[in-house]
Design a protein around this ligand. Structure first.
Ligand code: ZN
Length: 445
């Protein structure tokens, strides 16, 4: 946790520092209005509420939220494309969807008011990261169906920053434009931030003196504190974590403040809960579980108790920045990403945390899981740095043994460590693909 914040900027202090009791009554009022509205206007929720025997009048306190049924990703797939919309299509002004290459995508619709609210959430988020009208925002999130590019863009426009609508790819050109345009804020996935740092280093560019980046706003995939250190050292900026999902809205659902002690949930619009992912039971404050979000104000596609599959915990301890919203800690992984190796739960983030402690290794890795002779095998392929790789096979082998031991202490399961030559792990322009689970391929055959 930062003891000395780098700034104290806030976009909407009246909303962000609202007294807690006032916020709770606003949340309740919005929840009651939402349930009343969708029980009439949304065919999906009308029938779901009937099935679960709940009526709008049942919501008398915020605790009554738990009487409402969950919404899961399969509901979005099964009701493709528009069945979850709670407004007629004539009132929808934007449609986004997931970028999956197989099957039907997950769709999200927005009314003009929804876009307005999203823009406000992004203005708050960028300001929370210390950005203002004085900044040049180099936006490497993808523009298009993915919500990252346009989400950041509208927020940056609202705060009056100059935005470079870059999208991902052509790394050398990104570096050239960052330098020439004097970019001060970088927005992209954390894994792509490292790819850009690597590209700059390969170009022989002195990042500290030639690139003016001051702040990075990184999200769309879980990342560790170790990754933060790596990015901050390589790009000479202060890294902020931002969270969002296309189904819920896009980026800006929550974001860190200058104290970096969790992400402030914009809970006047997004009501969070933590549940036990196995039983669905709500967990007491502070306990780790699956993040569930109810969108309180969205018009076109509101979601009730949407199971995000992200694992984290909440805190309502006061934050020195003055914002009164609930915070969640950095995501430790997604329930979908969790690997079960020989019956033990393993999150890729645990592996990343160990790998990034070592200066011998580059922050590029891939996990390969297979089943051989009915036994799960986890192989961790990680890149050596140029300097370390040149030290030769004996040194690398000795180091691998040490790493193997450390990994076992972290994961409680044995793994095979393979140190690969520099720049041999595939780089990504967006969300990194870190896991190859061959057991799934076997099951699907
Ligand atoms: Zn704060």
């Amino acid at each position: 946790m930062a003891t000395k914040p780098s700034h104290s900027l806030m976009w909407n202090s009246k909303a962000e520092c609202m007294p807690i009791e006032e916020r709770r009554s606003l949340q309740l009022k919005r929840l009651q209005d939402l349930v009343e509205r969708i029980a009439v206007q949304s065919p999906f929720y009308r029938s779901l509420f009937q099935k679960h025997g709940v009526k709008p009048g049942d919501i008398r306190t915020l605790d009554d939220l738990r009487r409402l049924p969950f919404t899961v990703k399969e509901d979005l797939r099964d009701n493709y494309p528009y069945e979850l919309f709670a407004t007629p299509l004539k009132d929808v002004v934007r449609i986004h969807c997931s970028s999956g290459t197989t099957g039907k995508p997950v769709v999200s619709g927005y009314t003009a008011n929804d876009i307005e609210m999203w823009t406000e959430m992004m203005a708050r988020s960028l300001t929370s990261a210390g950005a203002s009208y004085r900044d040049v925002v180099h936006n490497s999130y993808g523009y298009g169906l993915f919500t990252g590019g346009l989400g950041i863009d509208t927020g940056a426009r609202k705060i009056g920053a100059a935005t470079v609508p870059m999208s991902g790819g052509v790394n050398n050109r990104q570096i050239m434009l960052m330098e020439d345009f004097g970019a001060t804020v970088l927005t992209c996935t954390p894994s792509y931030a490292l790819v850009l740092a690597e590209a700059a280093a390969q170009m022989g560019l002195d990042i500290r003196n030639r690139i003016k980046l001051r702040v990075g706003v990184f999200g769309a995939e879980p990342w560790t504190e170790e990754m933060r250190v790596e990015i901050e050292e390589k790009l000479h900026l202060e890294a902020y974590d931002i969270f969002g999902m296309g189904e819920i809205m896009g980026p800006g659902v929550s974001v860190e403040c200058a104290y970096h002690n969790g992400l402030h949930m914009q809970d006047d619009n997004f009501l969070p809960e933590i549940i036990d992912p196995d039983t669905g039971e709500p967990l007491p404050p502070g306990e780790q579980g699956e993040l569930v979000i109810t969108t309180l104000t969205k018009e076109a596609m509101p979601l009730i108790r949407y199971r995000t599959r992200d694992i984290t915990r909440l805190t309502d301890d006061p934050c020195p920045c003055g914002r009164t919203s609930v915070r969640h800690f950095k995501l430790t992984g997604r329930t979908d990403d969790m690997l079960i190796i020989k019956g033990v739960n393993v999150f890729p983030s645990q592996i990343e945390a160990v790998l990034l402690r070592h200066s011998e290794l580059a922050p590029q890795y891939v996990l390969v899981v297979e089943r051989k002779n009915n036994l799960d095998q986890l192989e961790i392929q990680v890149e050596a740095t140029e300097a370390f790789y040149n030290q030769g096979a004996d040194t690398i082998s000795l180091f691998s043994e040490k790493l193997h031991y450390e990994m076992q202490q972290m994961l409680y399961v044995s793994s095979k460590i393979i140190i690969v030559p520099p720049r041999t792990v595939q780089r990504s322009e967006g969300k990194a693909k870190r896991v190859i689970d061959k057991r799934k391929e076997w099951l699907e055959r």
